[in-house]
Design a protein around this ligand. Structure first.
Ligand code: URA
Length: 220
């Protein structure tokens, strides 16, 4: 069954009335979005892909050449490396959700501009609200900036923090390791922290574990 969510202030080709959206409907909006100049240079918008029930949601920077051609995230060299990182941690790509802060390719793969990130923010917000992942993994500086504002990636990579009930885990962008070999071991080690973190957060809280049944019933 598709998860649906009530979203406020959806402005993509619609009045800002509340909209009851599914992930597929968000993708449809992204494919026709013209809310920033990146839409004019795209071959295809890249909404993101993966499971609507994902526990892990990965956020990259923006589509590159291959992603723009195929309309799918992380399918070029950085994507191949991401696939190998996921496999090394025993994480199945089909079971996570992968997207970007901007859904259209910046020209010449330049960094997305603040105004472009802002224009695309509503799409990412919708995806986060619908999926409600347990852990958001930021890949690179641009997605990190949203969850770790004012921080430097060299300090926070491999660490997590809780924000509005979601755990945000920061990692270097896989492409960074392709350009700078010295980062490869770091990014590999950071990815290997994820299974343990997943295990930790799946444990029941100590008071829930020890609460006798009759006490729980009294609370109802
Ligand atoms: N780099 C990104 O940030 N995202 C992609 O989808 C591909 C490469």
């Amino acid at each position: 069954m598709q998860k649906r969510v009530i979203l406020k202030n959806m402005s993509v080709n619609q009045p800002s009335s509340q909209a009851n959206l599914s992930l597929a409907e968000v993708a449809k909006r992204i494919l026709v979005c013209t809310d920033c100049a990146l839409s004019r240079g795209r071959t295809r918008a890249v909404p993101g892909e993966g499971s609507e029930k994902a526990t892990l949601l990965f956020i990259g920077e923006g589509p590159g050449y291959h992603e723009d051609q195929l309309g799918r995230p992380f399918v070029g060299p950085a994507g191949k490396f991401l696939d190998s990182l996921l496999a090394s941690a025993g994480i199945n790509r089909q079971e996570v959700f992968i997207t970007n802060v901007v859904k259209c390719r910046p020209p010449e793969n330049r960094d997305p501009l603040p105004a472009e990130i802002e224009a695309c923010r509503k799409h990412l917000d919708s995806q986060l609200e619908i999926i409600q992942p347990k852990i958001v993994v930021t890949l690179g500086r641009h997605s990190m900036a949203r969850f770790f504002p004012g921080e430097s990636i060299s300090k926070v990579h491999g660490t997590w923090r809780r924000q509005n009930g979601t755990i945000c885990f920061a990692m270097y962008h896989p492409a960074a390791a392709l350009h700078q070999q010295s980062l490869k071991a770091t990014i590999q080690a950071d990815m290997l922290k994820l299974p343990k973190l997943l295990q930790e957060i799946s444990k029941p809280l100590p008071q829930e574990e020890s609460k006798p049944q009759h006490q729980q019933l009294k609370l109802i």
